[in-house]
Design a protein around this ligand. Structure first.
Ligand SMILES: Cc1ncc(COP(=O)(O)O)c(C=O)c1O
Length: 371
């Protein structure tokens, strides 16, 4: 029997999508980012739910993800954010996918393959406006476009970029990146390209109203119910989509001076009640949560005591009345009036909510509710 359960509430996903839509306005298209198994929420059910709401573009990281979506019957355009490798061009053409483009040799192979198959493949030009990751640098755009536009088997359907610090409200670097993006758009116009899709806004930028009037936005974390950071004066009322529950498998009343878990990093200082739950770092509950994490039992907060093991964690339930073996434990989510958020877990681990969702979502069996 599986005691751990990740529950994905698709009604929260739908709510978040509709709230983002309201925020950006009817004239702005939304390209949900469903890469990395939809941040651990399950790419296919998430994509199916969003397609049902009229989403007309999806963003994935790599070809494999796009192929899984096609195999699941998702027919809408899919942008491969990572771009593609030479050996992938045939599948891209065959499955009507849209790669990010920033290497001319790949564009040429893709064009040749498209012509061979009697097709024209749409591509989105990725510009590196300051992330220092993927994309061509703004000063190279003119030269790149000149060569790109000579290729007859591809069509430049979009131009896009990605922010580096948009999760920090009012960061001046975001404005610098906006200027570079505008420069790239003007370069495109110099080559007679006026009607491409333009997109740069991730969740932080959407919250900051930056780059949302280009006509398309690419939210990820907002869809899954978290803000990219705290500190927003006004924010979109999103709801967490993921809950992680387990159950107590053993309760022990132990005397003072009892050592708990590997490494003896926790020693009881009085008589305490310790419960064991079958959740460990193999379930995405990081070892960094040793002596830091908190879970919910009977609607009360119970701290993690000692080191998180591979498959087990001990929690202190002293003072929580009537707890029995088999009782539910909420590791992420709501129980009674209490709540454990991905942001809280992330802060305890020294990371961001994105990583918490990916870790927990991918390490556990998921159940979908409110389809
Ligand atoms: C290229 C690109 N666009 C959009 C997003 C979505 O970002 P967020 O989840 O912050 O909205 C990501 C996520 O990492 C990304 O890599």
């Amino acid at each position: 029997m599986i005691l751990n359960q990740v529950i994905i509430d698709l009604s929260a996903l739908r709510n978040n999508f509709m709230e983002i839509k309201k925020w950006v306005g009817a004239g702005t298209r939304i390209m949900p980012v469903v890469k990395s198994d939809a941040y651990g929420h399950g790419m296919i059910p998430v994509a199916e739910t969003l397609s049902g709401l009229g989403v007309d573009y999806l963003g994935v990281f790599e070809l494999e993800e796009a192929l899984s979506l096609r195999a699941a019957g998702i027919k809408i355009p899919i942008l491969i954010l990572m771009g593609i490798m030479d050996e992938e061009v045939e599948e891209v053409v065959q499955h009507n996918l849209t790669p990010a483009i920033f290497r001319f040799e790949i564009a040429r192979s893709l064009s040749d393959m498209s012509l061979k198959k009697g097709k024209i493949t749409p591509v989105h030009l990725k510009v590196d406006t300051g992330m220092g990751r993927l994309g061509i640098r703004p000063e190279e755009i003119g030269r790149f476009l000149k060569r790109l536009l000579s290729l007859k088997g591809i069509i430049l359907e979009g131009i896009f970029s990605h922010f580096s610090v948009s999760e920090q409200p009012d960061h001046p670097y975001t404005q610098e990146q906006m200027r570079e993006f505008m420069h790239a758009i003007i370069e495109c116009q110099r080559f007679g390209i006026f009607n491409t899709a333009r997109h740069i806004a991730n969740s932080g930028a959407i919250l900051g109203h930056i780059g949302i009037d280009y006509g398309m936005v690419r939210p990820g974390i907002l869809l899954y119910g978290s803000l990219p950071s705290s500190g927003w004066k006004k924010s979109i009322p999103v709801r967490p989509v993921m809950t992680f529950k387990s159950r107590i498998i053993l309760i022990k009343r132990v005397p003072p001076n009892t050592s708990i878990s590997y490494g003896r990093s926790y020693i009881t200082d009085k008589e305490q009640t310790i419960a064991t739950i079958p959740v460990g770092y193999d379930d995405g509950y990081s070892r960094l949560l040793s002596n830091k994490g908190v879970v919910l039992v009977h609607g009360r907060r119970a701290p993690v005591v000692g080191a998180v093991c591979m498959n087990l964690t001990m929690i202190d339930i002293t003072g929580i009345p009537d707890v029995k073996e088999g009782d539910e434990v909420v590791v992420l989510g709501i129980q009674g009036k209490e709540r454990i958020t991905a942001e809280e877990i992330a802060a305890q681990m020294g990371t961001i909510s994105y990583e918490v969702y990916c870790l927990i979502g991918k390490s556990n069996q998921r159940t979908y509710i409110n389809r």
